[in-house]
Design a protein around this ligand. Structure first.
Ligand code: AVJ
Length: 310
């Protein structure tokens, strides 16, 4: 478990930069502190949040075909390995996988994920790797074939430019013959999307507002959480769900000693969740040098898994 974090000049600087812009934004990764990760886990179990259960069912369904395509003795590299459930399913589907690399920015996450798999897959070599996968950290020496794994539609956090950059880094790291299995959430009716990001129980609201509590602690901020409301907005032009924190009133909030002014109704944009059709995703993948080898969708057309090849 990570220690409780107090004032952190880097967080304060990042927060102030975003809050002093004419359109206020905060980087989405700030949502995922310890409490944020706990709340996100709760989101994945909400009735409105179709993403996780749909992807898990799809992974189960495509196991045999994936096993056939990937072949024996693969090494799996998971980008953003926060929990062992999906890797466990994938490894169980593959033909005698040789190695697993959980790669995440949170050391506690990669260690816990590796531990959880050790007992279940005794012969599997485990290489936990800590780092920011946007930086493209070099991989250890691994048996081939290499299969990258990026589930959960986490790629939906990245705008098109960042997604192409990330896909290119992974392609470089996996090298010749590498494949990449990516979970991509599909565009769908706002009547389905908005409740998935603004649930009746208020868990997503708590997840979003927790960012302000984090800034109070780590950026020396004085946010009153009762003065902000969670908003989930479908942006059809950019095909993304946006999460915002909306100021309920005109107010001024100190952040690291600097007053930040809010008009009533003004928002802080905290996260994007892009929804991409197969064509839209494959266009980005091809800009990074990948081509689509296989594509699977659940029967209701909610979610997709792409298998990319170099
Ligand atoms: C972790 C980025 C995949 O976009 O669905 C869920 C984050 N935010 N509900 C998503 C999230 C609010 C989630 N990702």
């Amino acid at each position: 478990m990570a220690a409780e974090r107090h004032f952190d000049p880097a967080t304060a600087e990042v927060a102030l930069r975003g809050l002093r812009a004419s359109r206020k934004t905060l980087p989405a990764h700030l949502l995922y502190d310890e409490e944020g990760c706990r709340l996100f886990e709760a989101i994945t179990r909400l009735p409105e949040y179709y993403v996780t259960r749909t992807e898990l069912a799809l992974l189960r369904q495509i196991g045999p075909e994936l096993r056939e395509r990937v072949g024996p003795g693969a090494a799996v590299v998971e980008y953003g390995a926060g929990a062992p459930t999906k890797a466990s399913l994938l490894l169980a589907a593959l033909d005698r996988p040789a190695a697993y690399v959980p790669f995440d920015i949170a050391e506690s996450a990669v260690v816990a994920t590796a531990e959880a798999l050790r007992e279940r897959f005794p012969g599997l070599a485990l290489h936990p790797l800590v780092g920011d996968f946007m930086d493209g950290v070099a991989l250890p020496d691994l048996p081939r074939p290499l299969l990258g794994f990026f589930p959960g539609s986490t790629i939906g956090n990245l705008d098109p430019e960042a997604a192409v950059r990330f896909l290119g880094k992974v392609r470089g790291a996996l090298g010749e013959g590498g494949r990449f299995l990516v979970g991509v959430d599909l565009p769908k009716a706002p009547e389905v999307l908005v409740p998935a990001y603004d649930d009746a129980a208020g868990v997503t609201a708590a997840f979003n507002l927790n960012l302000l509590r984090r800034l109070n602690r780590e950026a020396g901020a004085g946010f009153d959480l009762a003065h902000f409301a969670h908003r989930a907005v479908w942006n059809a032009t950019d095909s993304r769900i946006e999460m915002h924190l909306q100021s309920r009133q005109r107010q001024s909030v100190p952040v690291a000693g600097v007053p930040v002014h809010f008009e009533a109704g003004e928002t802080i944009h905290t996260e994007n969740s892009y929804k991409r059709s197969p064509q839209a995703f494959l266009t980005l993948a091809s800009q990074a040098g990948w081509h689509g080898e296989a594509l699977w969708r659940d029967p209701d057309g909610l979610f997709s898994l792409h298998l990319l090849a170099s």
